[in-house]
Design a protein around this ligand. Structure first.
Ligand code: NAD
Length: 683
């Protein structure tokens, strides 16, 4: 059996080469949000296994010192984070020249990772959580250090493989291959549930990546502002008869959550010139959004919140009001006082309701955090009770004409899991969906995803604001605002993006575009890099998109041919992007909605100005999107069929997507009725 000495001698990438001596214990900066203790349920034997697993990263000389420390982290926090290996002070995505590396991609990914862990950007930076309550860059700081070292030494003839945060190593490949391949929390079907995932996380063998956390592509809450803005605009057009050219002046939107993604809601409604009241139980998150200017008013009094909102509505002035308190209490007030709300949603982290994502009515944020640790069973009981009341209030409000939609946070599923079967269309289970629509089912799906519009994003790796300004201008020049109303919305969005001051962290931008729009902008940017007009650029997207995500309660909620329970598309998207040479490809379990409820794939693409990259952009960008439009067309979605017909006609030499024939409904009804009649008469 090899000794630890043999093992150390056989590795050139290891912690003892990064740290000459054991780094000191972490000096936690006050005022930085900390993750709640995760529910610790490991047996003694499993606890020993978790310690053995964590010590795999640690040279033997530090085992005696770190074994009790890791045990303490596990017992008090529910995970081994290896805090002392975190670089001290604030991390942030620095200009790319400041990073070491043998290839541009290796340096670019370090920028992205550090941005994901920035105190100003990440939800729980010390616990490596970027957003969505549990979405982590990797599991622990040992992995962070090793990934960083691998990225520093990686050449363009190698690929780094990362399995649930664990850097499995560098393997020989080629400049045409991805530089990094990431998977997160891909669990074998029969174990693919919350309990087994919890156990795997505590054992140190799984990481929940959400998407842009574990796929290193987060760009702060801006990433979701454009999608939220489009959702609100199109919800109002579809349900409140707001004309396509008008803004949302005078319209009231009520929701909850000012966290990672949900923090975009205030900004989005204000940009659309509507009025938003967003409930939030955690004062630190309200403070962050207030300091950023993403909410303009703060009050803990529901009466005051609605009064202020009415003033802004009367003046047709955009405003975002943070209500410091529980969303259920805010809705109780609205129901009791018969206040009219136009648009209603919820963006608490319902994908992890029992892990702290949803604060039950009656508990303050601090009490919720304490109870999570001290009495988990009682916490579960209170969450279920609160969700039931929440559901009743939503039902009362919708009965009075309010338009409610699920915001992709598994709210409807969480209510169902709390025991409310009335929320199911069939009154029994979730197979036929829920009585309230998800925003994808009603709005984003038919209006955007079926055409291929999705969250194209970029980061100017130079860190220069002027590069971002130049890319904004270049992207705007690629859009024809007169083609469709969606293009007009996107044009206005990018025209005003700088003015709306949305950058938090790296110099990044989001811009919804369709397949060929994304390709055209990507090629334009690469040409600008080649000409030396701007520094290198990272392209990516999130999971809230046409092609990369199979998520029946969200992205694929408007797929009605029964295939919404399949995950083939996300896997094909991931594999196809790898085959076409995207710089980074990632595949995750659970993004946005929780373990076992979605599979989502993403990418990162580094623009270095080369012709090689031009070729990748031409092959990979249409694929990344059109695979999804094709699947939506096959599910008989009308707008997707139109989009594929045009695509097949425009690109006959390169692509060909299979389209469905549509049978006559009457014919099928007749055939079925005849057979049933015949069966009846047969006895
Ligand atoms: N709409 C989208 O496009 C989209 C995109 C990504 C994710 N999501 C989903 O939205 C949810 C929120 O994401 P996030 O990144 O903002 O998560 P987050 O955990 O950072 O934020 C959720 C916020 O809700 C607050 N909260 C919890 N219970 C509350 C209650 N009862 N009343 C008031 N506030 C309460 C929390 O304090 C927290 O700040 C997640 O489920 C996520 O998967 C939506």
């Amino acid at each position: 059996m090899a000794t630890n000495k043999d093992i150390a001698a056989a590795m050139t990438v290891k912690l003892e080469d990064i740290f000459e001596t054991l780094p000191p214990e972490t000096d936690f900066q006050q005022g930085i949000r900390r993750a709640p203790a995760r529910n610790f349920t490991l047996s003694t034997a499993e606890t020993k296994l978790a310690l053995k697993n964590a010590l795999r990263y640690i040279p033997e000389k530090w085992h005696a010192r770190l074994a009790p420390e890791f045990l303490d982290e596990l017992l008090t926090r529910g995970r081994v984070y290896g805090y002392r290996f975190r670089p001290s002070g604030k991390l942030h995505g620095r200009p790319i020249e400041q990073y070491q590396g043998k290839c541009l991609e290796g340096r670019a990914f370090q920028v992205m990772i550090d941005n994901n862990l920035d105190f100003d950007v990440a939800l729980y930076p010390y616990e490596l959580v970027t957003y969505g309550e549990t979405g982590q860059v990797c599991q622990n700081w040992m992995q962070y250090c090793l990934i960083k070292r691998y990225l520093e030494i990686m050449t363009d003839e190698q690929t780094l493989v990362v399995a649930s945060g664990h850097p499995a190593g560098l393997f020989q490949s080629s400049p045409q291959a991805p530089r990094v391949i990431i998977t997160n929390a891909l669990m074998v079907g029969m174990f693919d549930d919350q309990d087994n995932w919890h156990r795997a996380m505590a054992l140190g063998v799984a990481n929940y990546g959400q998407m842009t956390a574990g796929g290193w592509m987060y760009i702060g809450p801006q990433g979701i502002v454009h999608g939220t803005y489009s959702t609100l605009l199109n919800a109002a057009r579809a349900k409140l008869n707001v004309p396509a050219q008008a803004d949302l002046g005078g319209i009231l939107f009520v929701s909850s959550g000012l966290g990672g993604m949900s923090g975009a809601q205030g900004k989005a409604i204000e940009i659309a010139n509507g009025v938003g009241i967003i409930a939030e139980v955690d004062p630190s998150r309200i403070q962050t959004r207030h300091e950023q200017g993403w909410v303009s008013q703060v009050t803990a009094d529901p009466a005051e919140a609605f009064e202020q909102a009415q003033g802004f509505r009367d003046r047709k002035q955009g405003a975002a009001i943070a209500f410091y308190g529980n969303i259920v209490d805010l809705l109780e007030y609205a129901v009791t006082h018969a206040i009219h709300i136009d648009l209603l949603s919820d963006q608490t982290s319902c994908h992890v309701v029992y892990d702290g994502g949803y604060c039950p009515q009656g508990l303050t944020f601090e009490q919720r955090t304490d109870m999570l640790r001290s009495d988990h069973d009682q916490f579960v009981h209170l969450v279920d009770r609160s969700l039931k009341r929440h559901f009743e209030l939503v039902r009362t409000l919708t009965a009075s004409g309010v338009y409610f939609f699920d915001y992709g946070n598994s709210f409807l599923k969480a209510v169902y899991d709390a025991g409310v079967t009335e929320i199911c269309k069939n009154g029994r289970n979730s197979l036929d969906g829920f009585i309230f629509p998800s925003y994808v089912e009603d709005i984003m799906g038919p209006v955007l995803f079926d055409y291929g519009y999705g969250p194209f994003r970029w980061v100017c790796l130079s860190g220069k604001a002027e590069d971002l300004e130049k890319t904004d201008q270049a992207a705007m020049a690629c859009i024809d605002p007169d083609r469709r109303f969606q293009d007009r919305d996107n044009y206005v969005w990018i025209r005003d993006a700088g003015k709306n001051k949305m950058v938090v962290g790296t110099q990044a931008r989001i811009l919804y575009q369709d397949a060929l729009g994304r390709m055209a902008i990507a090629l334009k940017f690469n040409q600008m890099v080649r000409a030396g007009d701007i520094g290198p650029v990272m392209l990516g997207r999130d999971h809230h998109d046409t092609g990369g995500t199979d998520s029946p309660f969200r992205e694929t909620a408007n797929i009605k041919d029964g295939s919404n329970i399949m995950a083939d598309m996300a896997v094909h998207c991931f594999a196809g992007n790898a085959a076409r040479g995207m710089s980074l490809v990632a595949l995750h379990n659970g993004g946005g909605v929780g373990i076992g409820k979605a599979i989502n794939g993403g990418f990162g693409m580094v623009l270095d100005g080369s012709r090689r990259v031009d070729e990748i952009l031409k092959r990979a960008f249409p694929w990344d999107v059109m695979g999804g439009v094709g699947r939506r067309a096959w599910a008989r979605n009308e707008n997707a069929i139109e989009t594929v017909i045009a695509y097949n006609q425009n690109r006959p030499d390169t692509d060909h997507i299979t389209l469905p024939f549509i049978p006559d409904e009457g014919l099928l009804d007749k055939v079925l009725a005849e057979r049933l009649e015949a069966d009846d008469s047969d006895g």
